[in-house]
Design a protein around this ligand. Sequence first.
Ligand code: HPA
Length: 276
Amino acid sequence: MQTVEQFHTMINEAYNYIIDQIDFKPEVGIILGTGLGSLVDGIEMINTVDYSTIPHFPTSTVESHAGRLLFGNLRGKRVVCMQGRFHYYEGYSFKQIVFPVQVMKKLGIHSLIASNAAGGMNPNFKPGDIMMIKDHINFFPGNPLIGPNDDNWGNRFPDMYELYNREYQQIAKDVATEMKIRMQEGVYIGLTGPCLETAAEYRMLRILGGDAVGMSTVPEVIAAHHQGNKILAFSIITDMGLPDNMHPCSLEDVIGYASKAEPMLRELIAGCVEKM
Ligand code: HPA
């Protein structure tokens, strides 16, 4: 187990490397999920830094995820985007998964926007829908905050009272209304993957209160909340997990629906960033 001091050394080395490449203090961090990489198109890009060059950064193994930090301006706000994120199913530890989020905090962010692809379990949803995450259930076999806690960073026992920021949720609803798009809302259940769920598992997860299920976001959001970031998160529903109406689901389907919803999510996120 790393000590707090070792951990700070790693964060500082990553931070120092990045600010040597780019003198820029981002306000908002954005994690781009599966197939959503081109969300960056609306960003006035200033610089990029490959994960592979940053000390202690994990490198992405999933083909659909490029691995770099993008720095730029979006609707008048300074943003840093993670193009490529790390999943537990790839074999990373929770500490590795959240390391980039903690580095973004050190760089200066006060807010985090996360996006992901997820299976819909609420029968009112359909593939291609965007769901704003109102709450989550951590079904991962662990938590990134396990281990020594630095009280300067956050509480030992962070409360989950307002994990997903209410003001930001209202902003997202207002932007969706202005855009005249249907935005679903619901509870995201995060679990390991890489298998999708069996019919029996979808049934169980729905009974337990989930509207959507996916393999990411929960660890990063927990770490970001611990450090006092305000959080806004969205799922793109890429397939339906309805236990009485199961269909085969391929990675192509997931990426296809993610790409289809992407222009809408891009506008939604840009509209939110502008009002943050
Ligand atoms: N289950 C879990 N993760 C997912 C799914 C799903 O159905 N779709 C996209 N990511």
